[in-house]
Design a protein around this ligand. Sequence first.
Ligand SMILES: [Zn+2]
Length: 487
Amino acid sequence: MRPAQLSSVASARRAFAVSVGKAVRDGSRRLGRGDGSAAPGAVAMAIDPGTLAGLAAEIPNRAVLVTGSNGKGTTCRMLAAVMRAAGLHPILNREGSNQLSGLATTLVASSGLSGHLPADDRAIGLFEVDEGSFPGIARQIARPRALVFTNVFRDQLDRYMEPAYLTSMLERAMQGLPADATLVLNADDPRVAHLAPGLDNPRLYFGFQDTGLARDGADPTSDFPRCPRCGGELSYRCVFYAHLGHWACHSCGLARPEPQVRLAKIDLLGSASSRVQAATPSAEVVLEIPLPGLYNAYNAAAALAAAAACRLPERAFPAMERVTPSSLRMERVEVAGHSVYLTLAKNANGYTEVLRAVLSDGQPRRIMLGLNDCEGKQPDTSWIWDVDFDSLCGLIPSPVLTGNRAHELAVRLKYAGWLGTTKATTLTAEPDPVRAFQLALARTPAGEPLWLVSTSIVLQQVRRWLRQQGLVREVWQDQDRRAGARP
Ligand SMILES: [Zn+2]
C-alpha cells in the first residue's frame, strides 16, 4: 500500500533524505560513536521534514504508540513478542530513542535507498513514545491503530512539570486522532482512565482484579491525585502501589472503569519472575513472565490489552513468556561468578517499585544504589526524597552508594532510618561508579547476585566498563539482534 504519491521532485528529496540518514547511522557506528539513534533521523528530517510522516503512512497495518511515565519499553517488548508470534513484522524503535528524531531514525533505518519502506503486508509500527514528545509525534503518525497509556507519575519535573500539565498536554494532542484509533488505558490510574473524555474513540481498559496484593491503606509514594472530572478527593477500595488502585470520587460519582483486560490472579515469584492469570474479551490465559514485581504485571496487562485492541490471536499471547529484559531493565550480566542485574530507576515511583520487586520476599539482598544528575540537562534529583526507602530499612546489608549525588543519597537513607540503632547498616559513598561497582562486587558473598539500581549515567558508565571487559555487547548490537528475531 502506498499513500498519496509524491511528485518526482519530492520523491527524489525523500530518497536523498533517507540515504543521507542511513549514511550518518552507518558512519557513527563505524566510528564507534554509539548507535546513531537520533542524528540520522534529525538529518533526514532537516532535508525532508515529511520523512517521518511519509514513511509512517506507508506501514500497511498502521502503528501502535505506547506512552506514559513508566513501563513503555517493557510493554513494547512484550507486545512485539506477541505480534511476531501472530505473524506480524513489528517495526520497533530503539529503547530510549523515543523522541521525534529517534522514531525518524527507526523508519529511515528500515527503509531502502529508494526512500520507501520495503513492501511487506505484515509490517506494523510499534513505537515507544516519550510522553513529552507525544504531541509532536502524534502529528507525524497521524493514523495510529491504537494508543497505549501505561500510567502517569511525577517524573522529571524539570522537563514535564506537574502530572496535571502533562495529562492536559496529552489530551490536547489526542484531539486530532482518527475515530477508529483504540485508546488502551490503565483503569487503575485515575489520571489515565479518564483521559480525553470528550473523544468517542473505542476504549479498552486494563487493570488488576486480584486484590490479594493490595496494600494496607495508602502508599507513602502516592501523590494523591484529585478526581480528574471534578477535582474532588478520591477514595480507594484498594491500592496496589502509589496512586494505582480501585478508586472512586464521592463528589461526582466518577469511578474506575471496569477493565475488559483483567489480571485475576498475580503471583510474585521472588526477585526474578511472576505468574499472572489474565482475562481478555476473547480468552483466559496464565502466563509466567520472566520479570519481577507488580510494575511488570501492569506492563503485561498493558501488552495484553494492546494485543486485544489489535485483534491478535490468543494463541500468540504465550510469546510474552519468552520476553527478555531490555538493556538496563534487570539486564543480567555474569561477572566474576556473580549474576549482576543492571536496573534503571529514574523517578521516585520507578526507584521504589524496582527495590520492592527485588526485595518482595523480605530476604536481604546485595544492592548498589546510584544517583546522578544529568549535568545541567536534568539537574533535579529532589525526587529521591519521595522514594520509599523507609519500609526497606535493614534489607540491604552495607550498601555502596554511587554517582555524583551519592552523598545526597546517603543523607536520604540516614533520614529513612538506615543508620538507626536497631538495624545498624554501614553506608559507603563512592561517587565513581566503576570503583563503587568493584567495591560492591568484592563485598558480595561468593555466588550471590548483586543488583545495581540507579539513574542512567551511573549504569551507562558501569555498562561501558563491562563492555571493555568483554562481558556485554553494545546495546544497539543486542537490540539489532533481537529486532531481527522471528518466532
Ligand atoms: Zn469527581
